[in-house]
Design a binder for this molecule. Structure first.
Ligand SMILES: Cc1cc2nc3c(=O)[nH]c(=O)nc-3n(C[C@H](O)[C@H](O)[C@H](O)COP(=O)(O)OP(=O)(O)OC[C@H]3O[C@@H](n4cnc5c(N)ncnc54)[C@H](O)[C@@H]3O)c2cc1C
Length: 360
């Protein structure tokens, strides 16, 4: 479908108040950006509406990742995207011994049973979102436009603007969509119920990155991988860039363990685990995802039912094939991963292009 064909369906021309597009994509995370990229290449007009002042969603930080860090062997969509966008990848550093920080004391564990083989992205995973954004035609992306309503006839409203679309893609966690967007009343109640109870992947996590002058632990034969029962960091990994530059360790902490002086506790833990010779970090970055209003709604903390991921109801578009679910949580395989977000995007694009072919 081209724009003039769409205008005849839409029956309106673009104005400041109402913009007509083939597809309105809500959310400029990796899934929404991948949908937009592929539909624009197929010749459709697309607007991407993003609540935050930045793209990437749960891909954040450059070069130090505060959201996703890894992709794994077999995740061919991520690998193919890095190749297409000429983004450098490298293997996760895993060489050396691991540490176990138990209640009884610190143990050095020969070899590294904690890290599995994985890949990283030079410049951080947000480089994927930045590169896809750079390929969007001017005027496609609209930042700081939180969508608060999708009507039955697919008007999409933010506080400042309205769009009329032939297809709408909800590329944000389903529980957040149900919480923050007034959805068309025709949507089946069991679909709304599934969406409201689908957990937000890593939505209750805190990621902590300790940035050092050099990867000093490697000199001591340590991989940087560790588990801790004492915390506040429960699991640690080397998060240095290619060839150890920039040098960094990252750890996950529980949102419930955050308090005003948490950085002091984290610095103390690093000294406890890596020894008094461990230098002070240049900086400690703390990203508490449970407090991010555009990732996780307030009342979903600890939703337990991960079997809702990739639910069959997400695989079929609603509203006569025109309303699509496309975040990582909706993917039947690799849900939660970047690969899952790309798989969901792929299904959405196939569905929209199939629907367009059927109606033209
Ligand atoms: C700490 C952490 C570590 C992770 N580690 C890994 C890892 O190592 N490997 C891996 O594969 N995955 C990892 N993940 C998961 C990975 O980040 C996600 O699978 C992926 O980024 C999800 O992309 P998405 O596009 O589906 O959703 P999101 O990235 O959440 O994008 C949704 C977008 O919608 C926007 N939005 C929300 N509400 C609205 C609204 N009302 N109107 C308009 N826009 C809206 C948001 O601002 C956001 O930009 C991690 C995640 C976290 C938080």
């Amino acid at each position: 479908m081209n724009e003039s064909q769409y205008d005849s369906i839409c029956g309106a021309v673009n104005t400041k108040e109402l913009r007509c597009v083939d597809v309105a994509v809500i959310g400029a995370g990796i899934s929404g950006l991948a949908v937009a990229d592929q539909l624009i290449r197929a010749g459709l007009s697309v607007s991407v509406l993003e609540a935050r002042a930045r793209v990437g969603g749960r891909l954040l930080g450059s070069p130090l990742d505060l959201g996703a860090s890894w992709f794994w062997p077999g995740e061919h969509r991520v690998m193919a995207l890095t190749q297409r966008l000429a983004i450098e990848t490298f293997e996760q550093y895993r060489t050396g011994d691991a540490l176990i920080d138990d209640i009884a004391g610190l143990q050095r564990y020969p070899g590294n049973p904690i890290d599995v083989p994985s890949y990283r992205i030079a410049g951080g995973t947000s480089a994927l979102a930045a590169a896809l954004t750079a390929e969007l035609p001017p005027g496609t992306l609209h930042l700081q436009q939180p969508v608060h309503e999708i009507t039955s006839d697919l008007h999409v409203a933010t506080r400042e603007h309205r769009w009329q679309a032939h297809h709408v893609v909800i590329a944000l966690p389903p529980a957040l969509a149900v919480h923050s967007i007034t959805l068309p009343p025709e949507l089946p109640t069991d679909l709304i119920d599934v969406a409201a109870r689908t957990p937000v992947w890593m939505g209750d996590s805190v990621k902590v990155v300790a940035h050092f002058k050099e990867p000093f632990w490697r000199r001591d034969g340590l991989a940087g991988a560790a588990m801790s029962r004492r915390g506040p960091l429960t699991e640690l990994h080397d998060m240095s860039g290619p060839a150890g530059e920039p040098a960094a360790l990252f750890g996950f902490a529980r949102a419930a363990s955050m308090h005003a002086d948490i950085e002091r506790d984290i610095r103390d833990q690093l000294i406890r685990m890596f020894g008094k010779q461990a230098p002070e970090p240049i900086e400690v970055l703390i990203q508490d995802w449970s407090r991010e209003q555009w990732t996780v709604p307030p009342d979903t903390y600890g939703l337990p039912d991960y079997a809702k991921f990739g639910h069959p109801m997400y695989q079929q578009p609603a509203l006569a094939g025109r309303l699509h679910w496309s975040s990582t949580e909706t993917a039947p395989s690799y849900a939660g991963h970047i690969e899952g977000a790309l798989a969901a995007a792929e299904r959405t694009v196939t569905s929209i292009l199939g629907n367009c072919a059927a109606t033209t």
